[in-house]
Structures are given as structure tokens and as C-alpha cells.
Ligand binder design. Structure first.
Ligand code: ADP
Ligand code: ZN
Ligand code: ZN
Length: 685
């Protein structure tokens, strides 16, 4: 049956395939199937339909699309009939004497008894192996039981506000039909509460719910609230092991899990009977896959909802301009949740003009004064700078030498602990030169500022204040991020320095000042989405701060203080920003007023990728679209390969689709250029 996995001979090897259709004849001679791996289709009919939509929409090969739809173990042919997952629990007795002469078992027992009930995977992280666990079980000091998802609807004592109630009523009144409902509300306005109420109604109908979240850092609190309300929830994110992922995927397919919370790829999960899709923080760029099948999980969610005839909810404090445009065109409904429960005030904004001002490690005097003032008033301060490392560039002030990666055309970032230079594109590391490699002078200096340098400066200026740094170098896991944030829940004075990792997750009620070190890179970015992303980040970071009795302040340093986008944002918030930016996009004929597709090519020869793109553009010469390029890619050389790109732009999606189809069918044969199609690209520069 279509959707079933089979093992088939291919050339000299044997591979796993998916049956896509049946036919009773063949014009070629074909080999018999070795083995049928599933007794029932592993991919349900709606996923097969979704796969063909993905092939058409993203112009991606079908085999690769199926691979993206399935978890690794499903792809490798693992059986969907596995032993049920177990929960392990140490006995409550004092340290059992039976472990006296087994130090490893004793250590594990202690770890388990501290941890409380854990899954097998969690136990492994505590140092367990299955045989070790079984041994402890035989000795009667650890017990195991099947980990069943026990769903129940627990009542909530929250009274929805009138805005929440209206949104809930509107969506639950249309559960049996497709519709995209946007929920526009600042962080903490109660969007999640609306999701929970809608899901409650979906579960009561015996259907399932899918909740997409942007990043792993968001999932622990989100998950906890869902589990509290509904007894259980399946969770899939990037740190989920292959085995856990496969188990959850299978339980969602069987209906054992009624709720799935997951990052991007969860949009492809196999559901028994899906009743609603919720995309939280729909504007988040992490929903777009930028390699292989370059899909937008938000757009796939909307299409999948349409295909299934169910509602799709897009929630955000800073909706993407695409979504705003769809609301204006009345394709999507919009519910605004303006008031925060308990009516917290929004922070006030101030632009700090740093033209001609001396900067101390990236920080101006007025900003340092503001920081000091808030600390004196016992507030916490959040310093936001979207660049990790110590400084973006190391250069020689004598001859102008700059540290650059040998494989990529980018400057190396200077890191202070450990001391090294690193390429943030290919991750190659280099030692820091003691003298200039070109002129041998000692005048090698760090230019610009990253999180490490700002941290160092603040340590010097405020030696008595604890400083926490949050970036990919200090904070690798969600547990680390959680423990950092938990330090900030008590109202002691702290400075928090971090990258966009800070824009997500917890509300930080004791933060009274948000300092944005540099907004210009974003507002003046050559990427047309730069201003949108910067406005979203600033709004989100600002939303972390303050509470009813302590409204926050946001200070933004800028060399371009009259920038219309920046002024609109600070004077009338994200709404004001969308107005100026939407007008700019319309004038410049950029999305959401046009549709784009990016063609990218790279090769080890500098000319070859450019020539190849020229050949592709020649194919679509007569089409009703604008072809831009080929140009050298923003990152001209990556890992030793030269990169070019060309952009197709049209007012009509159908024309872009037709052009890409023509390109696919007429692409010149060659084998040294790697190339790709990116429909609705998010990185155009
Ligand atoms: P969002 O998802 O928009 O960030 P949440 O739904 O997480 O907002 O709500 C923020 C906080 O306010 C949560 O602690 C939630 O329990 C609480 N909350 C939400 N709605 C209400 C309400 N109507 N009355 C009181 N508290 C509420
Ligand atoms: Zn030099
Ligand atoms: Zn590099």
C-alpha cells in the first residue's frame, strides 16, 4: 500500500524505499521487492499528499522530501513495534546494603534517587546502561514501569480576559474548517492561555493538536504548562535522541499522544487525527530550513491545515510582514490581545545618539550612566548585543592587516576565553598572532565589540555587580539557560549580557533597563529583511523587562538616530514600525508584495558557478519576472568553494513556479557545480 516501507535492490546494494503508488504493469524489467517492512502504511495518506505538495512548491526531489518527512530510524527501517518506553524509579529506602560492594551501581542508585522518576534516556545521561538498570531492578532497589501518556483535562483557575475570550470563541466556533487565525499580543499577554483553551476543545472532539515552537530554549516552560493542563505531551526538538524521536513520532501516529510540541520538523509529524496546528512566534526565522528541503514550517503548517480542513493559529508579539499582509488582504483573521493580564506597562524607549561619542568597549557614557542609575534603584539590567565573541575583527593599526579565514571570505572573530580567532562560518580556529603577520608590528588591536568585550568592560566599570553572559559560547543547553534565568528571579542586582538567545523564553520581571548596544547593523543591513528582524528582536528583548510596579526602560545606541524605522519603532512600537516598513517594501516591490526564489550555486572554480547560473537565467529569459544576478554571494567563498546567487522576483507566484519548473527540466548537465533552489528565501543578501 502507498506509504509502506520496502527493502529493494538498487544497483548492487539494497535500500529502503517508500511505496508511492501501485501499478499492475511496467514498461521496464524490474526486480522483485526484497521485503515489506510495514504491515500498515507508516506514512498516512495526508502525509503522502503533503509530500507531493512539497515537491511542487519547493521544487525539491521527491526522495529527499520523503527523507525529510521521516525520523532517522524510520528511514533506516527500524520496526515501529518496539518495547514500550520505561520510567525508572529508585526505592525510597536508605542506601541499600546490597550495593555496598558495587560502587558503580551505588553511584547510579544515588543519582536516580536524587533525580526522581526518569526515562531510560534521562537515566543514560546519569550514567546508566540498560544492563546496569536491570541489575538494580533485580536487586529490588530500582523499579521500572511502562511510560504511558496519561491525558486528562485539568481545569484551570484562570479567567480569560474579554480579548482572550473573544479569540477563544472565534476559533473554537470554527474547529471543523480551515482558517488562519493570527493572535497578535505582546509576550505575556496570554496567547498561550488561548492555545490551551482551543486545544482543550480539540481534545474533547477526540482530535490531536500540533504546537510548533521556534527553539529548544522555549520548550521546557511551554511543555510544563501543557503537561500541567493536559497530563502529558509529546515533545520533539533538536536535542531529542533519534530513538526518543522515533518513539514519540510513532505514538503520535497511533494516537497515544494527543499533543505534540516540537520545533520546525515537527510540522511533518504523522498524526492519527490532527485537529489544530498552532505556530507560536510565527515570525521566527528558525522556522525556515536553510539547507536541503528549504521549507518554512509556518507556511507548511498553513498548507497542511488547509489540506486537512482545520484551523491554524499563528501567534506572535511581532508578526512577520507576510502575515500582516495576509491579514490586510483578509486571508487571515487577526485577534489582538493588547492588555497584559494584571496590566503591566510597556517600557519606554530612548535613542542614544552616539555620533562623535567615545565608546568604552562598545558602550557610550550616557548608556553607562543609565545602567548605573537602574542598578542604584535595585533594578537588573539586560545588555543586548547581537554578536558573540570578544570583537568582530582583529586588525593591525600600522598596516591595516585583518584576521581572515583561509577558507572563507570573512573576518575572524576574536574570542577571549579560550583565546583564539574563529571563523563563524566554517568554525575553523586560529591562534591569535602576537605580532602582525604582514608588517611584524605589535599594534594588533581588536575592533568593535561582541558579548565578551562588553562583559569585560562592564566588569571593570561595575566591579561589585554580578554579570551573567548568555550566548552560544556560555550557554549550550536549555538547562544552562534555565539555571541562568533562575538566578534572576530574585530581585538582586545583576547585569545580563547576551545575544538574541535573550529574546526568547522567560519573562524577567526584575529587569528594568534593556540596553541595545547597536541597532544600526540591522536597520541599515543590505538584507531587506534586516530592519524587520531587528525591530522584532528589540521588541522581544524589550518585552522581557518590567512588571506592573516597575515599568522598564529601553535605551538604543545609534549612529543613525533619525532612521525612520528606528524612530517609528521607538515612538509607536512594532505597529508603527510595520507601517513604515510595509510602505518601503511596497515602493521597492519586495515581499510580501512580490514572490522570490533564490538560485544558489557553488564550485571550486571561481567562474564556473557564475556561468552555470547564467545558463539557468537564460532558460527563464522570456518569463514575466525580474532576474537579478548572478552576483557573488554575500559570503563569497565558504569552505574553499566559490559561491554565486541569482534572484527571481515576480508579482505572481504562478510565474515563479513556472520558471522554476522550466529550470528543473532544462538544467544543463554538469557535475562540478552544486546548486539549489530556495523558494521564499529569507537570506537574500
Ligand atoms: P504569552 O503566551 O502571550 O506569552 P501567557 O499565556 O504565557 O502569555 O501568559 C502570561 C502569564 O499570564 C502566564 O503566567 C499566564 O498563566 C498568565 N495569564 C494568562 N491569561 C491570564 C488571565 N486571563 N488572567 C490571569 N492570568 C493570566
Ligand atoms: Zn601590520
Ligand atoms: Zn571559514
Amino acid at each position: 500500500m502507498p506509504g509502506t516501507r520496502v527493502r529493494v535492490p538498487l544497483g548492487r546494494s539494497h535500500v529502503i524505499g517508500i511505496v508511492t503508488a501501485l501499478s499492475d504493469h511496467s514498461t521496464r524489467s524490474i526486480k522483485p521487492i526484497d521485503d515489506i517492512l510495514d504491515t500498515a502504511p507508516i506514512l498516512k495518506e495526508d502525509l503522502l499528499k503533503l509530500a507531493s505538495w512539497l515537491v511542487d512548491y519547493y521544487h525539491h526531489p521527491i526522495g529527499s522530501v520523503y527523507a525529510a518527512l521521516m525520523p532517522t530510524l524510520a528511514r533506516r527501517g527500524s520496526s515501529t513495534e518496539f518495547d514500550p518506553p520505561l520510567i525508572w524509579l529508585a526505592s525510597k529506602t536508605p542506601i541499600p546494603t546490597s550495593l555496598d560492594r558495587a560502587p558503580r551501581q551505588r553511584l547510579l542508585w544515588e543519582a536516580l534517587s536524587n533525580a526522581g522518576p526518569v526515562t531510560t534516556d534521562e537515566a543514560r545521561k546519569l550514567g546508566a546502561t540498560l544492563p546496569l538498570l536491570r541489575k538494580l531492578e533485580q536487586k529490588g532497589v530500582v523499579a521500572s514501569q511502562v511510560d504511558e501518556a496519561n491525558y486528562a483535562i485539568n481545569p484551570s483557575d484562570i479567567d480569560p480576559t474579554s480579548e482572550q475570550a473573544a479569540a477563544i470563541r472565534n476559533i473554537t466556533g470554527q474547529l471543523d474548517q480551515f482558517g488562519v487565525h493570527t493572535l497578535y499580543g505582546v509576550t505575556g499577554s496570554g496567547k498561550t492561555e488561548v492555545y490551551l483553551r482551543v486545544i482543550e476543545n480539540v481534545l474533547k472532539q477526540g482530535k490531536q493538536a500540533l504546537v510548533l515552537v521556534p527553539e529548544i530554549a522555549l520548550t521546557p516552560q511551554t511543555t510544563a504548562r501543557f503537561v500541567e493542563r493536559f497530563g502529558a505531551a509529546g515533545v520533539i526538538h533538536s536535542a531529542t535522541s533519534d530513538r526518543e524521536r522515533f518513539i514519540t513520532w510513532t505514538q503520535v501516529a497511533s494516537g497515544a499522544h494527543q499533543i505534540l510540541i516540537g520545533t520546525r520538523s515537527a510540522v511533518f509529524a504523522n498524526f492519527a487525527d490532527l485537529g489544530v496546528i498552532i505556530v507560536d512566534e510565527e515570525h521566527d526565522p528558525s522556522f525556515k530550513q536553510t539547507e536541503g528541503l528549504r521549507y518554512s514550517a509556518r507556511d507548511v503548517a498553513v498548507f497542511r491545515s488547509q489540506m486537512l480542513g482545520i484551523p491554524c493559529i499563528l501567534g506572535s508579539a511581532t508578526p512577520s510582514l507576510e502575515t500582516v499582509a495576509n491579514v490586510v488582504r483578509k486571508r487571515y483573521s487577526m485577534a489582538k490581545i493588547s492588555e497584559r493580564p494584571g496590566s503591566r506597562e510597556m517600557p519606554t524607549f530612548r535613542i542614544i545618539d552616539i555620533r562623535g561619542k567615545h565608546l568604552n568597549g562598545g558602550l557610550s557614557e550616557p548608556l553607562l550612566i543609565a545602567i548605573r542609575q537602574h542598578l542604584i534603584n535595585n533594578g537588573q539590567v539586560l545588555v543586548f548585543i547581537n554578536r558573540r565573541g570578544y570583537a568582530p575583527t582583529l586588525c593591525c593599526s600600522r598596516c591595516g592587516w585583518r584576521g581572515e579565514c583561509e577558507a572563507c571570505d570573512v573576518r575572524l572573530t576574536l574570542h577571549q576565553s579560550p583565546k583564539l580567532l574563529q571563523c563563524h562560518h566554517c568554525l575553523r580556529r586560529y591562534p591569535i598572532p602576537t605580532a602582525c603577520p604582514d608588517c611584524r608590528s605589535n599594534e594588533v588591536v581588536a575592533l568593535g565589540a561582541g558579548t565578551q568585550r562588553v562583559e569585560q568592560t562592564l566588569k571593570k566599570v561595575f566591579p561589585e555587580i554580578p554579570i551573567l553572559r548568555v550566548d552560544r559560547d556560555t550557554t549550550r543547553s536549555q538547562t544552562q539557560l534555565q539555571s541562568l534565568f533562575s538566578k534572576l528571579t530574585n530581585p538582586s542586582r545583576h547585569i545580563l549580557v547576551g545575544t538574541q538567545m535573550l529574546a526568547k523564553g522567560h519573562h524577567l520581571p526584575n529587569v528594568t533597563l534593556v540596553a541595545v548596544v547597536n541597532a544600526d547593523n540591522g536597520f541599515l543591513s543590505p538584507d531587506f529583511r534586516g530592519p524587520e528582524r531587528t525591530a522584532q528582536l528589540i521588541t522581544q528583548v524589550a518585552g522581557r523587562a518590567g512588571r506592573a510596579e516597575r515599568p522598564g526602560e529601553v535605551c538604543i545606541q545609534s549612529y543613525d538616530p533619525t532612521n525612520p524605522n528606528l524612530v517609528a519603532l521607538t515612538e509607536s512600537g512594532y505597529d508603527g514600525f510595520t507601517k513604515t516598513e510595509m510602505e518601503h517594501r511596497r515602493m521597492a516591490q519586495l515581499p510580501p508584495f512580490t514572490v522570490m526564489a533564490m538560485l544558489r550555486a557553488d564550485s571550486s572554480d571561481a567562474n564556473e558557478s557564475e556561468t552555470f547560473l547564467l545558463q539557468l537565467l537564460a532558460i527563464v529569459e522570456t518569463f514575466d519576472l525580474e532576474a537579478m544576478g548572478p552576483v557573488i554571494a554575500p559570503l563569497a567563498r565558504k569552505s574553499g568553494r566559490f559561491r554565486h546567487q541569482a534572484l527571481l522576483v515576480s508579482r505572481r507566484r504562478s510565474e515563479i513556479q513556472r520558471a522554476l519548473h522550466a529550470i528543473e527540466t532544462k538544467v544543463p548537465s554538469q557535475n562540478s557545480v552544486r546548486w539549489s533552489i530556495d523558494v521564499d528565501p529569507i537570506d537574500t543578501f
